[in-house]
Write a protein of this length. Structure first.
Length: 202
């Protein structure tokens, strides 16, 4: 065998060996990313279907209204959703270093959402805000559902449903929003969406 042929054969064997080791090692060392909601798992819209966006690193601007104090500091990913009308939604997931850190983060997020209406009114005298608690949802380590309604002095009115849930060291936040008030919010369907989101984390 010539030197050139032998070198080529050795290189091919080396590549094959590395590829084989990578293939064997990847499943054992890989960490699966939390799964996100699909469009079909959101509260049904009476006249428009949901469209799911791409999963993206970062934080959606809509969640900063109530939760801006917890960002930055965590690596997070989110997926936006929209309808053809004025209804939109988004899901955020944050993977922390431990279950204890995840619990602390979820507790802080719930507290910030509960106080969000007061902070909105303090920061913007032209806006009235109201909060409602929609209780706990049974899913993995649990979840809570909240409602927020805002009305501006010029007549714009919006309602949001937000939930915070946890499984192990992962926290997820789901938000649904549209024009309207508390009476327009699909609370029962959103609670089901929340349970689905938490159960899909791992």
């Amino acid at each position: 065998m010539s030197v050139r042929t032998r070198a080529g054969a050795l290189a091919a064997l080396a590549v094959a060996a590395v590829t084989g080791l990578t293939a064997l090692a990847a499943p054992a060392g890989a960490v699966s990313a939390p799964a996100f909601l699909s469009a079909a798992e959101l509260p049904p819209h009476p006249s428009s279907s949901w469209t799911a966006g791409k999963v993206t690193d970062g934080v959606p601007d809509e969640l900063r209204l109530c939760l801006d104090e917890v960002f930055p500091g965590y690596d997070s990913r989110y997926r936006p959703f929209h309808t053809d009308l004025d209804t939109s939604a988004r899901q955020l997931t944050v993977v922390t270093g431990s279950a204890a850190k995840a619990k602390a983060l979820a507790d802080r997020m719930n507290a910030l959402i509960r106080s969000c209406a007061d902070r909105v009114e303090q920061e913007d005298p032209e806006t009235e805000a109201a909060y409602r608690s929609y209780g706990r949802v049974r899913a993995e380590e649990g979840a809570r559902v909240h409602g927020l309604h805002t009305r501006t002095s010029w007549g714009a009115t919006d309602v949001r449903l937000l939930s915070v849930g946890r499984d192990g060291r992962t926290v997820t936040v789901v938000e649904w929003s549209q024009l309207g008030d508390f009476g327009d919010a699909p609370v029962r369907a959103f609670r089901k969406t929340t349970a689905t989101a938490v159960n899909k984390l791992y």
